[in-house]
Design a protein around this ligand. Sequence first.
Ligand code: UP5
Ligand code: MG
Length: 196
Amino acid sequence: TDKDQALVIFVLGGPGAGKGTQCANLVRDYGFKHLSAGDLLREEQQRPGSEFGEMIKTYIKEGKIVPMEVTIQLLENAMKATIEENGNRKFLIDGFPRKMDQAIKFEEVVVPSKFTLFFDCPEETMRARLLNRGLTSGRSDDNEESIKKRFVTFVETSMPVVNMFNNEGRVIKVDATKTPEEVYEVVVKEFASKGL
Ligand code: UP5
Ligand code: MG
């Protein structure tokens, strides 16, 4: 099928590490289509008539991982729609996979990723960024209580995925503590080293 020839890069990192910010830069300069799993879930949550709306709402507020069937379906639909719309097959998949079962299933049934771009950031830095963003974001999970839960999920459930890919030599790790511009400079160099 069409999506077999897609170029997929997973973009991972803790909550507030700067995944979305750096993806926007990559879209501008490399022509990727940016698919944020979190954004797709928030859209689905808002969609009138969605059978998953209430479930997604609860999971996001609790910082838990929505069952993979839902997320993988949303990603696949978005990939197909993009390919049909304009033939673009270059995807940044942001904030996914963040649980082992999702990682294995996606690479099995959709397409293997080229590599994972991992933004490394200490919790204190991420916490400050999220609380600051929470002043204006309107996101139901940008508050002290949800942030704590998101961190626990990240450490216990999502880092094992990053570690697995890393053991396979498929991770580019970037220090995400500097300014967005400085972080992006490193990303560009790393992409060049991968022939992108
Ligand atoms: N900022 C960014 N970079 C900065 C820098 N270098 N220096 C200073 N400030 C910087 O950035 C966050 C904030 O920091 C912004 O204000 C930005 O300006 C500033 P952003 O780029 O938005 O960071 P990002 O890593 O994208 O943070 P986000 O909050 O989106 O990460 P999460 O991983 O927590 O959120 P996501 O939307 O991916 O997931 C939300 C929830 O959806 C999950 O908790 C989960 O419940 C659910 N979910 C699933 O169930 N399954 C999935 O597969 C995916 C999500
Ligand atoms: Mg994001």
